[in-house]
Design a protein around this ligand. Structure first.
Ligand SMILES: [Zn+2]
Length: 111
C-alpha cells in the first residue's frame, strides 16, 4: 500500500476507517472467520472494531515510516549503525515488534 494513496483522505480518522475496512474484508477471506457471518467484499459495522482500527494505525504508521525512512529501517534491521547525516541519528531509533520505528530517547524521557 503506497502512502500516496493516503493523500486522498483529508481526515486521518477517515483513512483509518478505510484501512480498517480493508483489514476486515481481507480477514473474511480466511477460513477461520467465515463463520462470523461476514464473507468477501462487503461493508459492515464489524470493520470498525477497536482491534481493526489499531491494526489500521500500525499499517498507516508503518507505510509512512517506510516511505520517509526506508534507509534507516533497512540499516536498523540489518544491525548497522545509522549514518550521522540521518535526521534520526540522535534519537537512537529501534524497530519494535510491529515493525514500527521507535526512539529509545523518547521512550526513556517518558518515564
Ligand atoms: Zn463484516
Amino acid at each position: 500500500m503506497g502512502v500516496r494513496r493516503f493523500e486522498h483522505f483529508s481526515r486521518y480518522n477517515t483513512l483509518l476507517r478505510a484501512v480498517a475496512r480493508l483489514i476486515h474484508i481481507a480477514s473474511t477471506f480466511s477460513r477461520s472467520t467465515q463463520d462470523s457471518g461476514c464473507q468477501g467484499w462487503h461493508i459492515c459495522k464489524k470493520s470498525r472494531s477497536q482491534e481493526d482500527l489499531e491494526k489500521a494505525k500500525i499499517i498507516v504508521l508503518k507505510c509512512t515510516q517506510q516511505d520517509a525512512y526506508s534507509e534507516e529501517i533497512k540499516n536498523i534491521n540489518a544491525g548497522h549503525p545509522l549514518a550521522s547525516k540521518s535526521p534520526l541519528h540522535k534519537l537512537h531509533p529501534c524497530v519494535d515488534a510491529n515493525g514500527l520505528l521507535r526512539s529509545v530517547v523518547a521512550l526513556c524521557s517518558q518515564s
